[in-house]
Design a protein around this ligand. Structure first.
Ligand SMILES: *Cc1c(COP(=O)(O)O)cnc(C)c1O
Length: 348
């Protein structure tokens, strides 16, 4: 018995907070199964809460949104040439391109709406060497121009300013060709920290799920909670090894709880220093994360027994704690946690 609780009311409140803060239209990013929270449910909730656009990395993700009957304006931006762009256009999916080959394919389709992704310093997908040649094409189907920050979570880094300057230069070149597309460059971190980067729309993922890349933010509420039942609770004496590699030996007699979540469920194996919450009490992880289970130290005085619920993510160990314990970022924890655990949607 395990479950991921997803609070869609919290998602809506987070989005409304972001909308008010941004003061410009908001594209709600729902790629990667809505960062592990469930693509369709989150895309619907975001639309209901007033998202002006939805955004995905993959065209397949965009198709899934349309198949669910969601009609919100929709942009997919990670597109190699050779995809089914005709189908995308027929479903009114706007298409991000970053290569001439993809541009030419999409540009040949009547009614296509193109967003140009430009290189400004991220060194990832965005027009760079092909840009001058692109400027000689018919650009009448271009409706958007976008870039992505490499260091938006470090607001004082000069690279942010440099990227904006490079972006401005690309926009001017488009203007000189008579093209005035909507400009959108800000992710969550930039939306929360950079007043001069909002332009015509912001693209927000993480904040909608209740987290900030800048650290805990009390205006946002994480919408994911993971809980599981204790499979076994048992007393072990001092000197007892725990788990693979016997990386921990009990120092004193204690009660160990076995919780049925492991790295196959997206709990990273390198977790050290996280734990679960029983009845408001912290029970730290003890020993290695296994494929299907973890062991936690409930303490010798615990009243916990097998079959009781513990909160794995949420309460005393939240997503930030788990990210820190796994030497990663909150994004990676939620996108991976979805594994085998069923999701329950609530509107608290
Ligand atoms: C994922 C992504 C975003 C959203 O980033 P957050 O930090 O989650 O807000 C915005 N733009 C692009 C291009 C992305 O790939």
């Amino acid at each position: 018995m395990r479950e991921i609780l997803i609070d869609l009311k919290a998602l809506k409140e987070n989005l409304q907070y972001i909308k008010a803060k941004a003061g410009v239209p908001v594209l709600a990013v729902v790629k990667a199964d809505a960062y592990g929270h469930g693509l369709i449910q989150c895309a619907k909730a975001a639309s209901e809460a007033g998202a002006d656009y939805l955004g995905t990395a993959l065209l397949e993700e965009a198709f899934t949104i349309r198949e669910a009957g969601i009609k919100t304006p929709l942009l997919a931006w990670l597109n190699p040439p050779g995809l089914d762009f005709k189908k995308a256009v027929s479903q009114d999916i706007e298409i991000g391109v970053a290569s001439l080959a993809a541009f030419d394919e999409v540009n040949a389709i009547a009614g296509a709406k193109i967003h140009l992704k430009v290189e400004t310093g991220m060194g990832r997908n965005g027009f760079s060497d092909e840009w001058p040649e692109l400027l000689n094409r018919d650009l009448s189907k271009v409706v958007g121009v976008m870039m992505h920050f490499a260091r938006a979570d470090e607001p004082n880094e000069i690279q942010n300013k440099n990227q904006i300057a490079n972006f401005e230069a690309r926009v001017s070149e488009l203007k000189a060709k008579g093209i005035n597309p909507i400009r959108h460059i800000s992710n969550t971190a930039a939306t929360l920290s950079n007043e001069s980067a909002k332009y015509d729309m912001v693209r927000v993922g993480l904040a909608m799920y209740g987290m900030s890349p800048l650290g805990r933010d009390h205006n946002l509420k994480p919408i994911m909670k993971v809980r599981a039942k204790l499979v076994v609770v048992k007393e072990l004496p001092a000197g007892h090894p725990i788990g693979y590699g016997a990386t921990v030996i009990t120092k004193e007699a204690t009660k160990i709880g076995i919780v049925g979540v492991g790295y196959a469920d997206g709990i990273p194996r390198n977790a050290v220093g996280a734990g679960v919450t029983f009845n408001g009490q912290s029970a730290p992880l003890i020993g290695r994360v296994s494929m299907d289970q973890i062991a936690v130290d409930l303490g010798s005085n615990t009243e916990a027994k097998s079959g009781d619920w513990v909160t794995v993510i949420g309460e005393n160990y939240d997503i930030y704690d788990w990210a820190k314990a796994c030497q990663t970022i909150t994004y990676e924890i939620t996108t991976r946690i979805s594994g085998r655990i069923p999701r329950t949607y609530i509107e608290s």
